[in-house]
Ligand binder design. Structure first.
Ligand SMILES: [Zn+2]
Ligand SMILES: [Zn+2]
Length: 370
């Protein structure tokens, strides 16, 4: 029997976490324990934090750490040893459904946090044993179906950079693998948050010819970072007309790919169609939770536009993000704005939710920080 205690920030009710201690679990032969170095705070943590229907849980699903314990079967299957450094995905895919078999496990029913009873890091209640399902904790349970990526040493990729493996992985998935950003392409990215900046990195790495990033005037710092990461032009949409700017920058050719990671109202759909030339692609990751009125279907048809929802990432996308970090060609440290402890998880989540004056791009939580 293990007597060690694990400290974690537990979301007890909406907008409220408290530090709690859990016994270090005994692990089955096919599982393990991760010692968390840092966990990245994701925009999607905010709606999870507001929703307390599932009961108390440890949030945080973008985990970096080292292998602390490993059952004998996990040792054989995973090819990991104690002390190995990994990035953990939020998903626990089933491994045998159609989507898992075709390398699309982000569509596996088991990875869908919206599905009742699905087990996923950062949104599974602590009453499901062994409780350690979230990254805002000193240790996390490595489920037999966990998906991890091997990482080089902290000299090559520091923890706070590694903690962006999933948002930058989303960028590679959305802008490059799904969106087809590449040589000759003009890409408009609406929203300079961590996902939007991930798309900038991916589009640049893929060789896109022209990258335009839009935001609001109050996003000036983020738009500066977008430029440092490779954006050719930035547009503050409350000061400039985005359509006119895209027309001017492209000499009327308009964009091949428009990505919406900004939120905002439904007018963004018709406005985005207007930014595309024929055969363009429009992609959004933002749920509106309401039907869309006045959508300009004629423009969609006339231009033969592809309209695509974006969600999550593949294994390959996260590997591309990690290779990019390893190469060190991008000033990724410009994105890492905050490092906070477990006692500051509420403050971190409020900042990500846009509830504070102070703004962040990417926050890491270090569960060992005093
Ligand atoms: Zn996330
Ligand atoms: Zn599956």
């Amino acid at each position: 029997m293990n007597t060690q205690l694990v400290t974690a920030a537990v979301a007890l009710k909406a907008r409220h976490t408290e530090l709690r201690e859990f016994p270090m679990p005994d692990i089955p032969a096919d599982a393990g324990i991760l010692r968390v170095s840092v966990t990245g705070v994701c925009g999607s943590d905010w709606p999870i934090y507001l929703n307390d229907k599932a009961g108390p849980r440890i949030l945080g699903h973008e985990m970096i750490g080292t292998v602390e314990m490993l059952g004998p079967l996990a040792f054989e299957r995973w090819g990991l040893k104690l002390g190995d450094r990994v990035a953990l995905e939020e998903y626990l895919p089933c491994g045998h459904c159609h989507f898992c078999r075709t390398a699309e496990y982000r569509s596996c029913p088991e990875t869908d946090a919206q599905r009742f009873g699905a087990v996923r890091y950062g949104s599974t209640p602590v009453n499901k044993r062994p409780s350690l399902w979230g990254g805002y904790s000193q240790f996390v349970y490595l489920h037999p179906r966990s998906v991890f990526h091997r990482l080089p040493s902290t000299d090559v990729i520091p923890d706070r950079i590694a903690a962006m493996a999933l948002p930058i992985g989303n960028g590679f998935q959305w802008a490059y693998l799904d969106g087809g950003a590449g040589p000759g392409k003009t890409v408009v990215i609406q929203g300079p948050g961590q996902q939007g900046l991930g798309c900038v990195i991916a589009a640049k790495a893929a060789g896109a010819s022209c990258i335009i990033v839009s935001g609001l005037a109050r996003d000036a710092d983020r738009l500066d970072v977008a430029k440092a990461l490779g954006a050719d032009h930035v547009v503050a949409v409350d000061q400039q007309d985005l359509r006119a700017e895209v027309e001017r920058i492209t000499s009327g050719r308009m964009a091949d790919l428009v990505i919406d990671v900004a939120g905002g109202g439904p007018e963004i759909f018709n406005n985005s169609l207007a930014l595309l030339h024929r055969l363009g692609v429009f992609q959004t990751s933002v749920r509106r939770r309401a039907p869309l009125n006045n959508f300009d279907i004629d423009q969609l048809v006339t231009k033969q536009v592809t309209f695509r929802g974006m969600r999550g990432h593949s294994f390959q996308a996260v590997e591309l993000a990690i290779r990019t970090m390893e190469e060190g060609k991008f000033p990724l440290q410009r994105m890492t704005t905050h490092l906070m402890g477990l006692h500051e998880v509420d403050a971190a989540l409020r900042m990500v939710g846009g509830q504070t004056e102070e703004r962040s791009i990417h926050i890491s939580v270090d569960p060992w920080k005093a």
